[in-house]
Design a protein around this ligand. Structure first.
Ligand code: FE
Ligand code: CA
Length: 512
């Protein structure tokens, strides 16, 4: 367990004030004729919007608008100081009806990224946005503000695990753009690090490589993303400050600081997610009127070391032989950390939404790949933290939380699971979405393994894709969409299966 969170947040608050002071300076520079010398008009060598635009965390009156000035994304940094970036939001794509405009500062300390938090817009309205810097204009992005109170319907999709394809193309994203959804929830593995990616400059270059994909840029331009992260944004299977490779544990704090900062620099997240050293706050709630609330979880940063970790017993390829790993059952073990766990209970208690969607990075249900005598579970999912899962499921059940639905990434396969508090006591459905492009993990599961996991209603590890979700007050419809060739620029998405959850049911039923 991590301690001293309060002290951390005090430091975090002062860091935020610093950034707001910076922003104030930028506004000053934009409104005065000459402006401070540091904001002198700069000539940028080349088109600066090479990594596209993005929006995120939509609200009834605004959203976060993101871009990054990168005239030479893979070369030496050509911009030396801060730069003013103008932004515009309109209700038409020709920008003839301007709703809001302003200026944000892009600082070299944050890789000249821009996170403009736009407010004052009309609720439940389609908006278009663009940026201007040094006489150049960015691509146009689109987002829809969310309904203020009553909402009848929402179409969103959730995605994860977008290992860069050799071509840089992502047919899953092309399919997703065609869906015309109003929101994408990204559950992590946005990039895949390797042992050579350790410094801030390495992570920045890796994000630039991923962000140079035209299909990923088009997906971000098409609709707002609500993002969290998983392990590969930092290091494979890390847990808190614990590295899978014991020799790396001392280096993980530095690596986390570099990786979290680069993550913030490239994601359309608000300033509340600004890192302070090796920590940042990712968990938050995104509302959608009375229809849905998204409780966005961080299952990496605060988790305790896995049982069977070095020094805790034998481990084979990250999985747990349960009888050996008795430490697994320790009631004090956390995957969210005590503070986030408390926040989640409050967030659920405060929610007045019909559907409470938990945006969750790693599988919450157990899945044993061993036999009944020697169950073998993943050491990297909630299966390694059963006490934490038990506390959450008990809370959902005892407080009659309205329609909890867990959406999950990481597995590179589609699963539909029952989350049970006890045998026969189904508390919530879990939908695990397959990867955008990352290959299937190891061997596909056998019929025998599946029948040993009766809480698993559906499994398919063959395909890449995403899950489309249609919400109304009466039901959630989950459409599992898959592509034949994830690296193609043409392959259409196909429907693999359709599941439905009715209001009050807490389990998924297959329709198609
Ligand atoms: Fe992955
Ligand atoms: Ca992962």
């Amino acid at each position: 367990m991590e301690r001293g969170i309060d002290a951390d947040f005090e430091r975090f608050a002062s860091r935020r004030e610093l950034i707001h002071a910076f922003s104030g300076l930028a506004v000053l520079a934009a409104t005065s004729q000459a402006g401070p010398a540091i904001f002198a008009r700069r000539r940028l060598t080349g088109y600066p919007f090479t990594l596209g635009v993005a929006s995120g965390d939509p609200r009834p009156d605004g959203a976060v608008l993101w871009t990054r000035l990168a005239p030479a994304p893979f070369g030496a940094e050509p911009i030396s100081g801060p730069v003013n970036v103008d932004w515009q939001v309109a209700t038409d794509s020709a920008f003839s009806r301007i709703a809001r405009e302003g200026t944000a500062a892009a600082f070299p300390e944050l890789a000249h990224s821009v996170h403009a938090e736009v407010a004052g817009l009309a609720a439940d309205t389609e908006h278009f946005y663009r940026f201007r810097a040094a006489g150049e204009i960015s691509a146009t992005g689109r987002f829809r503000t969310v309904p203020d109170r009553s909402a009848q319907a929402l179409a969103f999709a959730f995605v994860s695990c977008q290992k860069r394809t050799a071509s840089g193309r992502y047919s899953s994203y092309l399919g997703l753009i065609d869906e015309g959804v109003d929101l994408v929830v990204h559950l992590g593995d946005y990039i895949y690090e390797n042992r050579d990616i350790r410094e801030l400059s390495d992570y920045r270059a890796l994000y630039a490589l991923y962000k140079s994909s035209p299909d990923l840029q088009a997906a971000h331009a098409a609709c707002p993303f609500v993002v969290t992260f998983d392990d590969h944004e930092v290091e494979n299977n890390y847990a808190g400050y614990h590295s899978l490779n014991a020799a790396d544990t001392m280096a993980l704090r530095r690596r986390r600081a570099a990786a979290y900062r680069a993550w913030y620099e490239h994601m359309p997240v608000p300033a509340t997610a600004l890192p302070y050293g090796s920590k940042l706050r990712v968990h938050r709630r995104i509302g959608f009127g009375d229809l849905a609330a998204f409780h966005v979880l961080d299952t990496r940063q605060h988790r305790d070391a896995p049982p069977c970790a070095p020094g805790m017993g034998p481990s084979i390829d990250g999985s747990l032989a349960v009888p050996v790993c008795t430490g697994r059952e320790d009631p004090d073990r956390h995957i969210l950390g005590a503070d986030q766990e408390q926040w989640l209970r409050r967030s659920l208690a405060d929610s007045r939404a019909r559907w409470n969607v938990l945006a969750n990075s790693v599988m919450m249900a157990d899945f044993s790949t061993g036999g009944p005598v020697s169950p073998r579970l993943s050491g990297d999912t909630w299966a390694a933290y059963p006490a934490a899962r038990g506390r959450l499921l008990r809370y959902l059940r005892d407080n009659r939380v309205s329609n909890p639905v867990v959406i999950t990434g990481d597995a590179h396969a589609n699963f539909v699971n029952d989350l049970r508090f006890g045998p026969g006591d189904i508390v919530a459905p879990e939908f695990v979405g397959t990867s955008i492009s990352s290959p299937a993990k190891g061997q596909l599961l056998t019929e025998e393994q599946l029948s040993a996991n009766p809480h698993c209603r559906y499994y398919s590890g063959d395909w890449r894709g995403y899950i489309r979700c249609d919400l109304t007050h009466g039901r959630v419809t989950m459409t599992l969409r898959v592509v034949v060739d994830p690296a193609s620029s043409a392959a259409p998405a196909m429907t693999q299966a359709v599941f439905e959850v009715l209001d009050g049911d807490h389990y998924a039923e297959r329709l198609d």
